[in-house]
Design a protein around this ligand. Structure first.
Ligand SMILES: [Zn+2]
Length: 337
């Protein structure tokens, strides 16, 4: 059987079993056709790559970030992502909306269409973030309705003015939340709710806000998970106490790692979501956890689990197993084992 490429002698991360399995990968028409023990006995590849026992990890997915923080275009950003093993992202173009309103959001989506990484967008929910800000643009309910017609929209981005949500029933954000709940009841609503606990936190959850990506403490994570909230762990939340909590409790379905804001020099010199994975391993996470919570491969059990908060479907998501262009063999994962 003719194949475009055969990668021999690799350790492939199987995210159903959550472990690496030694074997070969055959690629045909830009897709992974076969992963297993068969090789030249079954395939006639145009190209053979010696994997030298390296580790193949599915494409990582970052479900919350702002491309503007890195100050590059989506196309440039996506090349940097692929270099670091990230194949799919969910950007929230908050700053673009702050300046240009809905036209800025639309231009960002348009600029992402032919990028090498796949991008699904969050609608900026809080533009301006408070009633005291005087931004160039704003996002109103009509804008949200218009953006919801775009197939690349996957959620409502972080609700930033949480204080108004819990104190002022008539504020703009509560009107947006009420509109979303009635018109798009399945749409995921991301949150930005630092330090909220107890009744205030549960007021936020009752308003329909599903997640929090701000700085986390053990007490805060406990309260959020207990109340059904999903937690997005940024690098600044990766303290010893937080990582120990995530290691020691059965909370795998309730958190993932995200980058949120990555400065240009850090993107260039350190990397992206992969940096958080390496750090998690260095901080003692078991070999399976960092890859479960990148999140990863949507054809996998854990990938689906992590993608579930954003309702990502298998067919919507690319991963390194979908296209060989995204294939990157990693050395650092040896440390995981
Ligand atoms: Zn953010």
């Amino acid at each position: 059987m003719r194949m475009d490429m055969l990668v021999r002698d690799i350790n492939v991360f199987n995210s159903y079993f959550k472990r690496f399995i030694k074997g070969n990968a055959a690629i045909k028409d830009g897709k992974f056709y076969y992963i297993g023990e068969r090789e030249l006995d079954a395939f006639e590849p145009e190209r053979i790559v010696d994997g030298q026992g390296k580790y193949m990890v599915p494409g990582l997915i970052d479900i919350h970030l702002h491309i503007e923080s890195t100050m590059v275009t989506p196309a440039t950003f996506s090349y940097g992502l692929i270099k670091n093993g990230v194949t799919t992202i969910v950007p929230e173009p908050h700053e673009m909306a702050n300046v240009f309103g809905i036209s800025g959001v639309k231009e960002m989506i348009k600029a992402s269409e032919d990028c090498v990484a796949d991008m699904f967008y969050a609608i900026p929910s809080s533009v301006p973030a408070t009633s005291m800000e005087t931004t160039g643009g704003s996002i109103e309910i009509d804008d949200i309705d218009e953006l919801m017609q775009t197939e690349d929209i996957i959620c409502l981005g972080e609700i930033m003015n949480y204080y108004e949500v819990i104190t002022d029933p008539d504020c703009k954000t509560n009107k947006i939340l009420s509109h979303i709940r009635s018109r798009y009841p399945d749409l995921i609503i991301e949150g930005h709710v630092p330090k909220l606990l107890d009744l205030d936190l549960q007021k936020i959850i009752n308003a329909g806000i599903n997640s929090d990506h701000t700085h986390q403490t053990v007490e805060g994570m406990d309260a959020r998970i207990a109340a059904g909230m999903f937690i997005e762990i940024q690098e600044k939340s990766m303290t010893e106490e937080v990582i120990d909590y995530l290691k020691e409790n059965q909370v795998d379905e309730h958190f993932c790692f995200v980058t949120d804001d990555v400065m240009t020099d850090s993107f260039q010199n350190r990397g992206h979501l992969n940096v958080l994975l390496k750090k998690a391993v260095q901080m003692g996470m078991t070999r399976k956890k960092p890859f479960m919570h990148a999140p990863i491969h949507l054809h996998s059990g854990c990938g689906c689990m992590i993608a579930a908060p954003l309702h990502l479907e298998k067919q919507q998501i690319s991963c390194c197993y979908r296209t060989w262009k995204h294939l990157k063999l990693n050395k650092y994962t040896k440390k995981v084992n």
